[in-house]
Structures are given as C-alpha cells and as structure tokens.
Design a protein around this ligand. Structure first.
Ligand code: GLN
Length: 433
C-alpha cells in the first residue's frame, strides 16, 4: 500500500466489510504512519484481533468494559511487524475477552461467515479469520487460548497457526488464561502465515513465560491419525478420512494412534482457563480504566456496579466458575485435578511423537454453525473444544489448514507437532495443498 492509495483502500475495505462485520475499527492512515517504510513485509495490510495492543488504536476486547479504551503502546508482536513494514489496517472482532467459539459473544458486533452469512465465522478470532477469508486483508493476527485461531480458520477455510507456547511474546496481549494463550497469524496463503510467524517469534524480556526457541528436525515421514469414535459430524469425518488418504498417497507413512485422554481435556481446560480468567479479570474495577458506573454510594458498590454493567453474560459465568474452582478447601477437587490431567495430556502427546512426526486431527466436530439459537448451545460449543484445547494444554504448536469442502462450506483439519516443530507443520500442510 502507498500513501496516495490509503483512502481508496479504506473505502474498499469498509464497503466489503459491510456484509461480514469483521472489523471493529479501521484506520489505515494511522497504521501506515506507525509502519517502517522498508522491511520484509512492507505495505502488507494486517488485521489485528482487538485484544492485542496497537498504539493509538482502540483495545476493546469485544467488551463494553473497554469500549472506549485506546492503547498507549504496542504489543511486542506488533512492534516486530511494524518494524518490517506491515501496516495495521484496524482491529478485528472477537468473543468478549476471547471467551467463545462464534464471535456471537462479542458485546460490540456480529461477524458473519463469508461463505454463508447466516453462519458464524467461529471464534474467538472470528473477525481475523473472516477478514482474510473474504480477501479484505491478506493477513491477520489472532490469539489462541483454546482454539481461537484454528477453529475460526477452519470455519472460514483459511490457514491459522497456534505457535508453541512462549515462542511469541504475550506482552501487549490482554490476558484471559495466561498459561494457555499465544498470538499467531491467519492468512489464505500459508507462506504469509510462515513469514509472519518467523517475524513475530522470539524471546522477550517483557514476557517472563517467553522462551528461547530450540531447533527440532523439520523432517516429516510419519503422520499419526486418531482411531476410535471421535464424535464427528459426517462432513468432518469424511474430510478427516480423505485427508488421511491424501497424505498416504503423497508417500507419508500413516501411524494409527489412540488418545483416550481426549475425554478429559475439555473439563480440565475449562477449570484452568476459568481459574486464570477469574484472576486476570479482577483488574477491571472501573477505577483505573474501563467502564465506570455513573453513580455509587461507596467504592465497593462502584466496583460491583461497574463490573455488572461492563461484562457480558459469558464473561460473568467464567469468572464465577473460576472463583468456584479456586475457592479455599476445594482446590484438590478441581484445580489440582485439572493440572494432573494437563500433565497426562502432555505425556500422551509425547508418546505419540515417539511414533510419529506430526499428528493429524480434526479442528472441530462440526462445520460453521448457524448464528443464535439455531446453532450450537454454549455448552455444546465448549464440549466441541476437545481437539483444539489439547494443543494449548500441552503447549505444543498446531496449524489449521483448509482440507476440503462439504455442503458448500469449508472443512479444516489441523496438524499438531511437538514443541518448536512449526516448520514441520508448514511443510506438511504445503505438501497437501
Ligand atoms: N472456545 C474457547 C473458549 O471459549 C476459545 C478460547 C480462545 O482460544 N480464546 O475458551
């Protein structure tokens, strides 16, 4: 993008986004001014999920709580992109604070799936996935705590990478469940996903959980495939089998594996995620920043009223669940048990990666579902997170890729690897294309 073209681009973007609703705010001029005018990504327009800080842009997290917040600084991942010339076009929609699988939990906007606007784009990074799927921007950043990059990527037919935990700095990412989440790229072109990941990764003094990247062999010969009843919809089951056959005909060795721990992943994930969320979201008091109620008798009431008015129902539910599982005397019953399951998941994947180089899994048991009541209930959505949350619980990388089409809707699959094996995932997905 060149300076002279900014307003034309912006008009086009807004026009195309009318039907989709992927962006919460757009300001290409501001993004252009922030960006270096040279580098490996010069002029690349990027959408950024609205829970990642970009200096001078809103940082709403899809919540009424932060509706009027403007970020005074940029996240490390954003600084790295900008240094390479990328232009932030605006901020994309999400389920409030990243909590959800549809974007319908955003307090600010509905995002439609570009393939069928009566359906959801997925979530929580649904705005980012829809924006790249509709060709509105070539690249977007999302965040993945329990599938939020991969599930919308699968619903919208694009690539989305959840990197190894700690390889991309969380500095400037608004915390939901800190031990699970990571920033990652989405694009229609896998080469853009790889390039952007290479630029945003790296150890960061500002994030104590960020890690030094250890090299692992990029070679892939053996692909593990899950056996047993996975509870998939027909369309997804069909594409899973076809993808396996596709890899087989490309010369990969298929290794049959089972992952019985899958049945325990979701309860353990929601125990840990809500526990961390209840602590992380305690900072929104209406006093230092965020929504403040108009009138209160005393400070206690001020906090209570500000929080009841500022947070949506799903966020409240999760804060309550989190305080429930953490309350004194009950930690052994829920939280510590969940941590044990987390270790079991990591060990089960370790075993799989002794016999194979990558694991091929579905992303979600269904295709993009309908908005509202006609779609999946909030409980069904949570149960369906079992394939995605597995990678977050183990901290390992996973790449969602477009694997097929059924019922005029895309179906995505994911490749999961051991820690730091991102290159394996890119190469294997590229071979399938
Ligand atoms: N469906 C997951 C949840 O609601 C998605 C979380 C995420 O990755 N931000 O927790």
């Amino acid at each position: 993008i060149k300076e002279a073209d900014i307003s034309t681009y912006e008009d086009k973007l807004l026009q195309r986004d009318k039907e989709i609703g992927s962006f919460l705010s757009v300001d290409i001029k501001k993004g252009y001014d922030l960006a270096e005018k040279r580098g490996e990504l010069v002029g690349l327009l990027c959408g950024v999920k609205d829970n990642i800080a970009v200096e001078g842009f809103p940082l709403t997290c899809g919540s009424k709580m932060l509706e009027n917040l403007s970020s005074p600084y940029s996240a490390t991942a954003i600084k790295k992109l900008i240094e390479q010339g990328a232009v932030v076009a605006g901020k994309t929609n999400l389920d409030e604070f990243g909590m959800g699988s549809s974007c319908d939990n955003s307090a600010l906007k509905i995002t439609n799936n570009p393939w069928d606007t009566s359906r959801v784009a997925g979530g929580s990074s649904g705005g980012s996935a829809a924006a790249v799927a509709a060709g509105i921007v070539p690249c977007a950043l999302g965040t993945d705590t329990g599938g939020s990059i991969r599930q919308p990527a699968a619903f919208c037919g694009v690539y989305g990478l959840k990197p190894t935990y700690g390889t991309v700095s969380r500095y400037g990412l608004v915390a939901y469940a800190s031990s699970l989440e990571v920033i990652g790229p989405l694009a229609r072109d896998i080469n853009i996903v790889e390039k952007v990941y290479d630029i945003i990764k790296g150890e960061d003094d500002r994030d104590q959980s960020s890690v030094e990247i250890e090299e692992v062999s990029p070679d892939v010969k053996r692909i593990a495939v899950l056996r047993g009843d996975l509870g998939l919809d027909d369309a997804v089951a069909k594409v899973y089998t076809k993808t396996e056959e596709g890899f087989k005909s490309l010369g990969y060795e298929i290794v049959d594996v089972e992952l019985p721990v899958l049945d325990y992943v979701v309860p353990a994930y929601y125990t840990i995620a809500t526990a961390e969320a209840s602590a992380n979201l305690a900072r929104y008091t209406g006093i230092r920043y965020g929504h403040r109620t108009v009138w209160a008798e005393n400070p206690q009431e001020l906090v209570e009223k500000s929080r009841s008015e500022g947070f949506g129902p799903e966020v409240k539910l999760r804060i309550l669940l989190g305080t429930f599982v953490l309350r004194s005397g009950f930690q052994d019953k829920y939280y510590h048990k969940a941590q044990k399951i987390r270790t079991a998941i990591r060990m089960a994947l370790d075993e799989i990666f002794k016999k194979s180089d990558v694991l091929l899994m579905p992303v979600f048991p269904t295709q993009a579902f309908l908005h509202g009541e006609a779609g999946l209930s909030s409980f069904q959505q949570k149960m369906a997170d079992k394939f995605t949350t597995t990678a977050n619980m183990a901290g390992v990388p996973a790449l969602a890729f477009p694997a097929g089409q059924e019922n005029n809707l895309p179906v995505g699959m994911q490749l999961v690897g051991p820690a730091f094996a991102e290159k394996r995932l890119f190469d294997t997905a590229r071979a399938f294309r």
